[in-house]
Design a protein around this ligand. Sequence first.
Ligand code: KIV
Length: 266
Amino acid sequence: MPAITLTTLQSLKQKGEKITMLTCYDATFAQACNEAGVEVLLVGDSLGMVLQGHDSTLPVTTAEMAYHTACVKRGNSDALILADLPFMANATLEQTMTNCAMLMQAGAHMVKVEGALWLAESIRLLAERGVPVCAHMGLTPQAVNILGGYKVQGRNENQARQMRADAISLEQAGAAMLLLECVPSELAAEISQAVSIPVIGIGAGNATDGQVLVLHDMLGLSITGRVPKFVKNFMHGQDSIQSALKAYVSEVKATTFPGIEHGFSA
Ligand code: KIV
């Protein structure tokens, strides 16, 4: 497949073709995901939980994110690499610029930052300096201690109104993509319509412009045994990791994943 760029993702949204994204933390899986046709590899700070065994993403450092981004880059040929800015790496604007530079220099094509409207200034500065940004809204796992757990966000009308308004403001600030995690399906559909940038969902229904899952979750690997409602085990009925990855791509493209049972209501 030709190299995936922001322009490719934008045109997939315009054509109504779903975008496929999976987390990826190393070179071998980067190559496997390329072969399966996954368009975006997310070097997620979920690596703190699935690789390092922590009980949250908070212990992950920018140096660790840069290390895994570089590993993914070595195995990748044509997917777009999106790297997470970890907890507190954007505590100040100066730290944001320095830490995003580390991720881009390690091989990322875009960075993902968790938050809401307060991200607008840093998104504007990053975009001006050539760094495309994906804003991660809804359930933002780095804020688990403020949110009081891994809970669905935007369920009441005030929160929903705020999230819609923030999404539009972040697009205006220069965000190139949005990621909505654990948001009622209807609200995610409205936000996807309201902005012109691609919106990727996880636990956000099937009307977003694309989907992402944590690689280990969709391969049926869980260190805790707790499987979120929005996860589907794509190893079921498959005899190899490669065919599970291909099944994920084809179900996302066909809009058969996620099903209604993987989403949340208001
Ligand atoms: O870190 C991560 O894997 C993520 C996904 C849950 C979207 O941000």
